[in-house]
Design a protein around this ligand. Structure first.
Ligand code: NAD
Length: 259
């Protein structure tokens, strides 16, 4: 592996758990240095233990993505002392499954602040360094709930729809700096987030609606993110939203009893 490849740094928010952690691990295996950012210190400590074999290429920072000043400080520190920032995966996010009429303004604001404003803050701070470094890749993590009207996803779906269109704007504006921006929109994925959100009844609904009849794994989402962040592999790909969802977004009438 060349020294240059080893020095590429990817910043991953939500890197302490689930999709973010799986993406970090995969990128390490693909020769990147990885900065895992998460507000959950215990999750980061656990992640560090799991990634011990890559210790020289991993750094972790406990930070909240909604804190613009702290994110700026951490991204500057990564730039100054860890390596050349060539990509960011914005995976930090929270969800809720609440009916529209029961969604509180407070919850709506909190979810949008983390999922939308947090993604904006981190992508902007990283893009400023990538512009100075000759380019890079931004990968946002939205959801199929940002592409279609899933029940109970008033705040979450609104936030992910916003992330999707912000990704398109970043792609258009940042292309001149050789910075690409793409979005992965996962279907249901077995992660700690889903364990708290999905009841048995909800699980049954997804199994009925997803043509592949199963949840995805964090690694299956990470594979798409790792491809999209990497300018050597997806150099002409920008502004795209890729649903990694077992066929959910492609599915119309799906009465299995007729087959
Ligand atoms: P997860 O809960 O396992 O991981 C999310 C991580 O984000 C956690 O470690 C959490 O501490 C961190 N985080 C939350 N708020 C933060 C903040 N303000 N600042 C810093 N870190 C913060 O969840 P996951 O399933 O891996 O979700 C990752 C992303 O994928 C989220 O954006 C989620 O909306 C999206 N997504 C997940 C699924 C799914 O089924 N799991 C489906 C579609 C989209």
């Amino acid at each position: 592996m060349s020294q240059t490849v080893c020095q590429r740094v990817a910043i991953i928010t939500g890197g302490g758990s689930g999709i973010g952690l799986a993406t970090g691990e995969l990128l390490l295996e693909q020769g990147w240095k990885v900065a895992l950012l998460d507000r959950d210190d215990a999750a980061l400590a656990e992640a560090r233990r799991g990634l011990e074999r890559h210790a020289a290429h991993v750094r972790t920072d406990a930070v909240d993505v909604t804190d613009a000043a702290e994110i700026e400080r951490v991204v500057a520190a990564i730039h100054d002392s860890f390596g050349i920032i060539k990509g960011v995966v914005a995976s930090a996010g929270v969800g809720a499954d609440v009916p529209f009429l029961e969604t509180s303004v407070e919850s709506f604001r909190r979810i949008n602040d983390i999922n939308v404003t947090g993604t904006f803050i981190v992508a902007k701070a990283a893009a400023a360094r990538m512009r100075a470094n000759g380019g890079g890749g931004i990968v946002t993590i939205a959801s199929v709930s940002g592409l279609t009207g899933n029940i109970g996803r008033t705040a979450y779906g609104a936030s992910k729809g916003a992330v999707i269109n912000m990704t398109r704007v970043m792609a258009v504006e940042l292309a001149r700096y050789n910075i690409r921006a793409n979005c992965v929109a996962p279907g249901p994925v077995e992660t700690p987030l889903v364990k708290t959100m999905h009841t048995q009844a909800v699980r049954k609904q997804w199994h009925e609606r997803v043509p592949m009849e199963r949840y995805g794994t964090p690694l299956e989402i990470a594979e798409a993110a790792a491809f999209l962040i990497d300018g050597d592999r997806s150099s002409y790909l920008t502004g795209q939203i890729i649903a990694v969802d077992g066929g959910f977004m492609a599915c119309g009438i799906n009465d299995r009893s007729r087959q």
